[in-house]
Design a protein around this ligand. Structure first.
Ligand SMILES: [Zn+2]
Length: 135
């Protein structure tokens, strides 16, 4: 297995490949400006791929699985909701839809991470009724 990169079909949509790239990878410096600009990950919809910054997950062999699941669900939510650009409202919707995706898989710790960090990302406290718009 190649070092410093992990690739797997998304557990939320197997048609989408998830690529986690770590700082030790030779191509990481190409991705770093995008991660810095766009946050912890981004979608390449034409390629059906999601790229995630391994640098915030810890070590390749000891990743924080809850944060990874949260980021993966968030990026997949962008794909599923058909977001084209990064508007603040889209970022919030991606989190809310990610909450639903994580719930379907019973990833409770990742859901809790989402809830705990919602305020710092969106400037308001998470409220369960916010997801009603998707039901
Ligand atoms: Zn996003």
């Amino acid at each position: 297995m190649e070092e410093n990169i992990v690739i797997y079909p998304s557990q939320f949509n197997p048609d989408t490949q998830v690529v986690v790239i770590f700082p030790g990878h030779e191509k990481y410096s190409d991705f770093e400006p995008l991660f810095n600009e766009l946050g912890f990950g981004f979608v390449a919809p034409e390629q059906n791929m999601v790229f995630i910054d391994g640098g915030i997950l810890g070590d390749e062999n000891d990743m924080d699985i809850d944060i990874l699941r949260f980021i993966e669900a968030h990026e997949l939510a962008h794909v599923i909701l058909g977001h084209k650009e990064r508007r603040p409202e889209d970022e919030k919707d991606a989190d809310l839809y990610a909450f639903i995706l994580l719930g379907e898989k019973k990833f409770r710790n990742a859901q809790q991470y989402l809830v705990d960090t919602f305020l710092e990302r969106h400037g308001e406290v998470f409220d369960i009724t916010m997801i009603d718009k998707f039901n």
